[in-house]
Design a binder for this molecule. Structure first.
Ligand SMILES: Cc1cc2nc3c(=O)[nH]c(=O)nc-3n(C[C@H](O)[C@H](O)[C@H](O)COP(=O)(O)OP(=O)(O)OC[C@H]3O[C@@H](n4cnc5c(N)ncnc54)[C@H](O)[C@@H]3O)c2cc1C
Length: 297
């Protein structure tokens, strides 16, 4: 049996796409491995109507509402392989089951990679943060840090300073004169020494310990992780994948068509910046394009 659409990844972008297509009475299968990117945070902020809700609660509500639409099936599982079949696509689940469709939306999200500095990973989503719009308010006027990864980190530090006194930890990287002047104008402190570790009680952070033995007080640290696609399926299907400033991104046009006919991508894998609101909007955009393609060919 060939379904209208398979959606790989059923979190924010994928469930938004499924909701639109279910409302259009299309035959949709969502395959979801249940690991949304923000699962490390206890609360998600900034999504209208759900500000401060737990990420998995938002998704549970979305799934409950999606169950209203009889043409949508959600499978808890992982798509481990995919191939183009001429008239569409076939996805193989870890169980061995194969699901085929005319069109497909990839919404499988990103995997974050953090610098291997001790004390970062276990605080990811708690006091090690990716985005001040998502978590900055909760750390207002506290001691904030930004970890250097690219020259854009100086801009990030100037932005983060909006929320409190900020230190840019360059971890030994060189700052150019323009960046140094911009940071000084914004009142951002620069800590040039190499980092040994971040410490604190459990998920809390209290200080950065420098390799020279000094400690610099910090309550929350912003990082720009280098993120990779959550699944090799896009590349397996021949879609172009680019290397962007935040990591890998599937090339799409404004309608979220990839470079492979009939294959769409939505959410964090298709655009930056990254947030729940933007991923939901992206899923809806992809669904509208897919529906037009189903109707008009
Ligand atoms: C720590 C942290 C905190 C954040 N906090 C906020 C916040 O407060 N507010 C906010 O707006 N944004 C926040 N974000 C950003 C937000 O999490 C992302 O923008 C959003 O999750 C993107 O949604 P998505 O649907 O594109 O991808 P994801 O949420 O990553 O979902 C992808 C889904 O696809 C599934 N999947 C992957 N591979 C497969 C496969 N092969 N087969 C089947 N399923 C698969 C995954 O298991 C997952 O369920 C945060 C991000 C991080 C890292």
């Amino acid at each position: 049996m060939q379904h209208d659409v398979v959606i790989v990844g059923g979190a924010f972008a994928g469930l938004a796409a499924a909701t639109y297509l279910g409302r259009a009475r299309r035959d949709v299968v969502v395959i979801d491995a249940g690991q949304p990117r923000n699962r490390f945070a206890s609360a998600s902020h900034g999504f209208l109507g759900f500000d401060g809700s737990a990420p998995r609660d938002i998704l549970a509500t979305a799934r409950q509402q999606l169950a209203t639409y009889p043409t949508v099936r959600v499978i808890d599982g992982e798509a481990v392989a995919a191939e183009a079949t001429g008239g569409g696509f076939a996805f193989t689940l870890a169980t061995g089951e194969t699901i085929s469709s005319h069109l497909a939306i990839l919404a499988f999200g990103l995997r974050d990679r953090l610098d291997p500095i001790p004390g970062l990973w276990e605080r990811w989503g708690k006091t090690v943060l990716h985005c001040p719009y998502c978590h900055g308010f909760e750390f207002s006027d506290r001691k904030l840090g930004v970890l250097w990864r690219t020259p854009m980190s100086a801009h990030q530090a100037c932005l983060v300073a909006e929320w409190g006194p900020t230190t840019l930890f360059t971890n030994g990287a060189d700052l150019d004169a323009d960046a140094a002047a911009m940071l000084e104008r914004r009142g951002v402190a620069v800590e040039p020494a190499r980092l040994a570790e971040f410490v604190g009680d459990g998920p809390q952070m209290t200080a950065a310990i420098m390799e020279d033995g000094r400690d610099v007080p910090v309550d929350a640290l912003y990082v720009s992780p280098y993120s990779t696609l959550g699944s090799p399926i896009a590349a397996e299907l021949g879609a172009t994948v680019e290397d962007g400033p935040l990591g890998e991104i599937v090339t799409t046009d404004a309608e979220r068509k990839t470079t492979v006919p009939g294959l769409y991508a939505a959410g964090d894998i298709a655009h930056a910046p990254h947030s729940v609101s933007l991923a939901v909007a992206d899923g809806a955009t992809a669904a509208l394009s897919v529906h037009r393609a189903l109707v008009f060919g």
